[in-house]
Design a protein around this ligand. Structure first.
Ligand code: GAR
Length: 203
């Protein structure tokens, strides 16, 4: 069984879904550790309560990313746990060096829009304001662009006339919980190839 780590900054509902799907046998992975940049992240409490290793790692002085000497600690912690795949689940930091190189092609992120539409933050609000009729969620490889790496899985969610950012986010979240497991299984199986930006199943 391959080892995954979840990096999360907040609520942890995607982590909860990952744990549930490991326990019910639909996600074929060993959750070796959960790491947060916030000591008070609910995700750490979820991990601990479920019997998983939960670690807070000091993010340093920057608000949206980690200085290399702080990111290095993330790398060594992931390596110490023999992590095969890093799964960002609401980890609100831009990934840079040395993590990108140490885990090249082995970091996934989930994002609550149909990328490349609406990268960044508060994207459900942005989708509503723009007036799109569908939004959704995307699981993608992490590279040196923000929300820009090759796309592994997406799910579309219709936008209803009476939606607000919260109701839309809740319906998107349901799909996030489903497609993240599918994407992790695919990547861990190795049954895919990347042609240009396209992630194509081979199995
Ligand atoms: C999720 O909607 C996830 O897609 C989003 O944060 C939320 C975390 O929820 N991530 C991003 O916006 C990353 N750009 P959770 O903590 O309940 O899993």
């Amino acid at each position: 069984m391959k080892n995954i780590a979840v990096l999360a900054s907040g609520r942890g509902s995607n982590l909860e879904a990952i744990i549930k799907n490991i326990k019910n046998g639909t996600l074929h992975a060993n959750l070796a550790c959960v790491i947060s940049d916030r000591e008070d992240a609910n995700a750490l409490a979820i991990a601990r309560d479920a019997g998983y290793k939960a670690l807070y790692l000091d993010p340093g002085p920057k608000k949206t990313w980690l200085l290399p000497e702080y990111e290095e600690k993330y790398v060594t912690t992931l390596q110490d746990h023999k992590i095969d795949l890093v799964c960002l689940s609401g980890f609100m930091r831009i990934i840079k060096q040395p993590l990108l190189t140490a885990f090249a092609g082995r970091i996934l992120n989930i994002h609550p829009s149909l990328l490349p539409a609406f990268p960044g933050l508060e994207v459900q609000k942005k989708a509503l304001e723009y007036g799109v009729k569908f939004s959704g969620c995307t699981v993608h490889f992490v590279d040196d662009t923000v929300d820009g790496g090759p796309i592994i899985a997406q799910a579309a969610v219709p936008i209803l006339d009476d939606d607000d950012a919260d109701t839309l986010a809740a319906r998107i979240l349901k799909e996030e919980h489903r497609i993240y497991t599918e994407a992790i299984n695919l990547v861990l199986s190795g049954k895919y190839k990347i042609e240009g930006r396209r992630v194509i199943k081979t199995g």
